[in-house]
Structures are given as C-alpha cells and as structure tokens.
Design a protein around this ligand. Structure first.
Ligand SMILES: [Zn+2]
Length: 429
C-alpha cells in the first residue's frame, strides 16, 4: 500500500513547528523504500516508452524545439506549471522550469533536478547498428543518440516527480524541475533558468553517471575553428603556392606537442592522470585531387585542468597559430567551459552518497570527469551529477542505455529529494 499524507505519519504543518522535530525526521518516516519501489515498478513501462519516444527527436543544437514541446506536454500532464525561458533568439532554445512549491519554503532547503534535452551530432548514421533516432528497445537496452546522454536523465527526472506525486508527498522545501537546451554547447540553458529565479539551495544534474557514482568535478573545455587559406593552383603547380592542408597538419602537430608537454608537467587533476587533451573533430579541405585547396577548415576541442582558463587556453592557441602562419584564423566556437572542482564533502554530496550507498549494491564513488557539465551555473557547492544510470558510447556510435538502471536511480533521487527538501536551511539549523 502506498503511503498517503494522512497515514504516513508525516504532517508538513507539524514538521515546521519546531526545528528539533524537523531534524529528527529523516527521510525514512517520509518515504519507505518498498512504497517508492512499488510506485516505480508501476510507472516503469510508461517511462521506458517515453524514453524511446524522446530519442526519436533529433534535438541537436538549433533543433531542440520539438523535443522540448513534447517534454512540456508531459510536464503539464504531471500537473506542473511550466515556465519557458529562452536562451537564444530562436524558436528552439526552449528551457523548461517548474517549481513544485514546498509547504514551508523559507525554512527548508530547495532542490533543483536538472537534465538536458539537447544531443550531440551523429557520425556517421550508416555505421550505427540501430537507427540513431529511432529509440529501438532490445531487452534491457534502448539504443539511440541521447539514450544515455541525456534523454534518460530527462525521463528519470519526470519519473521522480510522478512517483513523489503518486506517493502523496508534500515536501516542506521547493522542488524545481529544469529541462534545458544547449548543455552540450554553451551551457546557456541552465544559466538562463538560474537567472530567471529557478536556482535553489542544492542541485542534482541527472546526467552521465552510473547508479553508484557521483561527479563533483570536471575539466575545462575550449572549442574553435581553424580556417587556413591556401593558394588554389593546379596540382601540377603546387610548389608555387601554399597547400593549407600541410599548414593544418603542422598546426595540429604543434597543438599535440603542446598538450603532451603540459601533461608531462602537470599533476593529476582530481584523479585525471593526463588532464590536457586536444581533439580534431572535423577536417574539410578542397574538392578534388587536381587542385591545391583554397581553404582547410578544422574544428578542434581541447580540455584542461585549473588553474588554466578558457581565456588563457584560447590565447595560447592564437599564439601558436600566429607563430606558425599568418594564414591561420582561429575562431572560437560555442563550447567554452571553465574547469570546475566542487567540494566532495558538501552536505548535498554526502547526503546523496549515503542514500545511494544504503540502497545500492556497493560503495558510491565521488569522482571527476574529463567532460563538462552545468554544475558551475548553480553557484552553490551543493551540486553534483547523479544518474540516470549506465550505458555506453555517449557522443559516439551506437549509444545505448541500460533501462533497468532507471528505477534504482529514480528511487535514490526520490529518497534524496524528500530528505533534502525536509531539512532546515543551514542558517536556521
Ligand atoms: Zn550530457
């Protein structure tokens, strides 16, 4: 039987009468694990189907609109009053936020559950075992771009909201749902929602972790395009001019040597052994073998630890380019993130780690990642990534997600939200 507000022994009005009463009420009286699991078992098929459906939206940067409109529909169905905040000047940059008001928000901690709707490009679709935008389910696995990163996160957050609603739980603190665009590029989606007043005392980003992992730190990233002009001569006259492909090759060699030197001289960052990297993600030049290309164009991403910064890294790239050839133009691209190191002992991380450990199958590790996240946007040490569970090949070919991880992550998030939003704010404790 599900716990209802009347029979759970939990009385939100009573809970706020004295601080000691609040402190004594840990999450156990609020939610029982068997009750949460029972609700999640009931809801699971619906949310697995929703995930498969959402993978069908090719919500790349600049095309997030249809996916976000579908998510908005689902949030409205859950009874949420959704605010749409734009992060770009087009009809696709829709960032969704909904506040589930607490019964005593000034005195209790608020929590954001955040996930992102945008996905990264597919290269090439023909090499995928399953169509990347079909959401094919085979057994416990759902395939497709965004299956793990981060449409499973979007669906898990909605599942938590519906489970809490079904359990009839009224939390003392506000619970805020954020489903954002642009996480894979600018990070402006989450920033826009926080600036619009949807920040909180703590935030959990449901993106990119296995069920027994939390992420508290990530590398910095820069991205840029190199445009190199050539002399478009006939192939037989190539000695008379500059082939931009050869300049590009020299520039890439310089970048790689620079990164190798930095790594040789750098201590590991939060367990990441070689925290600098460079990746050439695309390289286009010329039209056929009979001509020297007029232009070579490369897109490049680099990662770095603190104290390096996006500004410093871009200046270094520009200096390397200038010292090699005046033909190289460096143009910054969308992805620019400072490195981030949160406090692994922050109350939110400790609390969530304890809940995951108590309900999971082993030790919950607090780790760093070589990727990037929206953690810094929340402006609080009480932030981390958790969920939506395991899978493989995010940003690669044949991305997929393990569906049986969703319910255990959702259970831990529901237990955590109930606990966090029932705790007094630190200034009142
Ligand atoms: Zn992600």
């Amino acid at each position: 039987m599900m716990a209802r507000p009347d029979d759970s022994g939990y009385d939100p009005e009573g809970a706020v009468r004295s601080r000691t009463a609040i402190v004594r009420r840990s999450f156990m009286p609020l939610l029982s694990v068997p009750d949460v699991d029972a609700v999640l078992a009931e809801l699971r098929p619906k949310y697995h189907a929703l995930l498969a459906e959402l993978i069908g939206f090719a919500s790349l940067y600049g095309n997030e609109g249809p996916m976000q409109r579908r998510v908005l529909e689902e949030m409205s169905r859950l009874g949420l009053s959704v605010e749409v905040v734009k992060s770009r000047d087009d009809e696709h940059a829709l960032n969704l936020a909904a506040r589930i008001p607490g019964t005593d928000p000034p005195r209790h901690r608020s929590l954001v559950l955040n996930a992102h709707a945008d996905v990264v490009p597919v290269d090439p679709a023909s090499s995928w075992s399953h169509p990347p935008f079909a959401g094919t389910v085979s057994g416990n696995v759902v395939h497709g771009r965004g299956a793990q990163d981060d449409k499973a996160g979007v669906v898990t957050v909605l599942l938590v909201v519906e489970a809490l609603r079904r359990l009839g739980l009224r939390l003392p603190g506000d619970l805020i749902v954020q489903i954002v665009a642009e996480e894979e590029t600018t990070g402006n989606g989450t920033r826009a929602l926080v600036a619009a007043g949807f920040g909180a005392d703590g935030a959990v980003i449901c993106d990119g972790t296995w069920p027994e992992r939390l992420y508290h730190a990530h590398l910095g990233h820069i991205s840029f395009t190199l445009r190199i002009t050539g002399d478009p001569l006939a192939a037989s006259n190539e000695r008379r001019g500059v082939n931009p492909v050869y300049v590009a090759m020299d520039m890439v060699a310089r970048l790689r040597a620079h990164v190798a030197a930095l790594n040789a001289d750098t201590v590991p960052f939060e367990g990441i052994e070689h925290p600098y990297f460079v990746n050439v993600g695309s390289f286009h030049a010329g039209v056929w073998c009979g001509s020297v290309p007029a232009m070579a164009e490369l897109s490049v991403q680099m990662g770095f630890p603190p104290p390096a910064s996006t500004t410093g890294m871009m200046e270094t790239v520009e200096a390397l380019a200038a010292s090699l050839s005046p033909r190289i133009m460096v143009e910054p691209w969308l992805l620019m993130r400072e490195p981030y190191r949160g406090d692994p002992a922050a109350p939110l991380i400790r609390k969530l780690q304890g809940i995951v450990q108590a309900n999971g199958s082993g030790e919950c590790q607090v780790m760093s990642i070589t990727g990037y996240t929206d953690m810094a946007a929340f402006g609080t040490p009480n932030v981390c990534l958790y969920g939506p569970g395991g899978g493989r090949n995010s940003h690669g070919v044949d991305e997929h997600y393990f569906l049986d991880h969703m319910a255990s992550v959702a259970r831990n998030l529901a237990l955590f939200a109930a606990d966090w939003c029932s705790s007094p704010r630190p200034e009142l404790a």
